[in-house]
Each structure stands twice: as C-alpha cells, then as structure tokens.
Design a protein around this ligand. Structure first.
Ligand SMILES: C[S@@+](CC[C@H](N)C(=O)[O-])C[C@H]1O[C@@H](n2cnc3c(N)ncnc32)[C@H](O)[C@@H]1O
Length: 275
C-alpha cells in the first residue's frame, strides 16, 4: 500500500476478489501518457474507457440501501429509486451509483459526514441555511443537504470528471439548486459565508485551508471535516482550534475520523470587544 502513496485516491480501486490470494489494483488515468507512466511504474496494462463509463470492476454496490437515521436513504441502484421513495415517503431517498467519483455513502468518511450533516440539518430544520461542500466527489453531501432543506448549496472539486458526475447525480435525483464548480480548494476564494461547510478531503489539505474555512463559515456555522485517519485527528483539531473553531464532536469509524466543528462566534466577538 505504501507504494500507492501519491496516487489520487478518487481514481484508485483496490479490489479483493472472493477466493483470490492477491489484490487487484485499478487506476483511472486521465490521459494515455499518464497511463503509460503508471504502467511503467507498476506494470500491468491499459484499457481505453469513456470517462462516464469508468467503474472499477467488482466495485461494491451496496447490497442493501444505506439508511441514515430516519431521514435519509442512499441506494446505488437506479432501478430501486422509485420503489424506495414509495416505501419511505417521509425520508429523502438518493441514488448515487458507483462511478468515477468517490462518495456512494458506503465509505466510513462519507457515512460519518452524512450523519453529522443530519445532526446539523436537524438543528437548523426551522431556519434558512445554506451549504458549501469542498471536495464534492459524487456530490452526495451537497445533494443530501439540498434535499434535506438547505436553501442553496455550492460544491467544488478540482477533478472535472467528479464535477460532471456530481451534476449527473443531481439530475438523476431531481435535486436542483446545487452549483457544482471545478476549483482547487487551495486557490478558491470564498465570496460569501456558509451556515454549513463539509470538507471530506485529506488531513494535509484541511490543515492548510482551515483559516480560510473559518472565514467562510457564518457565525455559529457548522464545519464537518473528514478524510482523516485516527493519528491525524489531533493535528486537524489543533489547526481548527488555532483558526477559532471549537470541537463539537468527534466520530470514529474503524481507522477513520470525522470532526464536527463550530465557529466560535461569541468567543471571537468577546475577544474583539476586550482588545
Ligand atoms: C474523499 S473524496 C470525498 C467525496 C465526497 N465529498 C464524500 O464525502 O464522499 C475527496 C474529494 O476531494 C477532491 N479533492 C481532493 N483535493 C482537492 C482540492 N485540493 N481541491 C478540490 N477538490 C479536491 C477529490 O477529487 C475527491 O473527489
């Protein structure tokens, strides 16, 4: 696994086949030249694909729909969408097929973000709120937020195929009002403030952009971050504290962690007043 460091995790599939001793590694390359570099480094072969048809062979589509509390259901099977909506009329039901972009709801980091989002959305149920999703992948978090009542949502990812997939998922689910944009979080400049921000990225990126995330967060806003491993949680938490964010909750699932942070509006205002 050490040898795979440096590859883009959202284009990488590590597949364990039932009964097989080894693992199969698949990597989706954006150009033939990139493919040739990867084959030169790791061996294996190239197979031409249309971007929209990429899906790792054997990629898991959850056997059952994923239930998040009593408000959200996520399925990977389009053919189930109508029957699930009929079965759960009081819940938001989304279909996120396994595709080029990360985020079917199955991965621990996505699942924890969705659960924290449900908590935040629950808190804001009677209020108007907006939402920003950084590193949107399949768009699952932004689409869930919008379907759960966010008045507006913006979502960005630096990978154009992810943004295309996220837009397609919006159409598939009939969810409008999410502005999907191609942008790198490092270069992105927030033009407004957001009540809820989700960022399921990598710890190193989160640490770097934490002050910017705090500036983009409305007073009393919620920041949900994941994509961090157990031994990275303290570093991300410290960066959040230095930026003026307080920890509300840590979620743990296997070796993954997710943090729910809040803008310390009162503390910041008090500090300013006593200067
Ligand atoms: C772990 S996936 C999360 C996808 C989805 N939000 C979820 O929670 O399942 C991380 C996503 O962040 C994107 N990403 C990574 N670094 C980024 C950066 N610097 N700027 C924008 N997007 C980035 C990747 O392309 C990938 O789609």
């Amino acid at each position: 696994m050490e040898r795979l460091r440096g590859l883009d995790g959202s284009r990488l599939a590590v597949i364990q086949m039932a009964g097989a001793r080894g693992l199969r590694i698949e990597y989706y390359c954006l150009t033939r030249a990139e493919g040739e570099r990867i084959v030169g480094r790791f061996g294996g072969g190239l197979r031409p694909l249309r971007p929209e048809s990429w899906r790792p062979r054997g990629a898991p589509v959850a056997a059952k729909p994923l239930l998040f509390g009593d408000r959200l259901v996520v399925t990977g099977r389009e053919e189930e969408l109508a029957s699930l909506r009929a079965k759960y009329p009081q819940r938001v039901v989304l279909c996120i097929p396994a595709a080029l972009a990360f985020g079917t709801g199955e991965h621990a980091t996505t699942a924890m973000c969705l659960r924290l989002l449900l908590g935040g959305a629950g808190r804001r149920i009677a209020a108007r709120w907006n939402m920003l999703d950084l590193g949107t992948g399949s768009g699952v978090l932004a689409l869930a937020a919008r379907a759960l009542g966010a008045q507006g949502a913006m979502a960005l990812d630096y990978d154009p195929p992810c943004v295309r997939t996220a837009r397609e998922n919006g159409r598939l689910n009939g969810v409008r009002g999410v502005k999907f944009t191609v942008a790198d979080v490092h270069a992105w400049k927030p033009a407004q403030r957001w009540d809820v921000i989700t960022a399921n990225l990598f710890s190193i990126v989160l640490v770097r952009v934490m002050p910017k995330l705090r500036r983009a967060l409305a007073a009393d806003g919620d920041l949900i971050v994941s994509g961090l491993l157990a031994d990275q949680a303290d570093e991300v938490r410290a960066a959040a504290g230095s930026a003026g964010l307080e920890l509300v909750e840590i979620r743990r699932q296997g070796r993954w962690r997710a943090l729910h942070l809040r803008h310390r509006a009162k503390a910041v205002a008090k500090r300013r007043a006593t200067r």
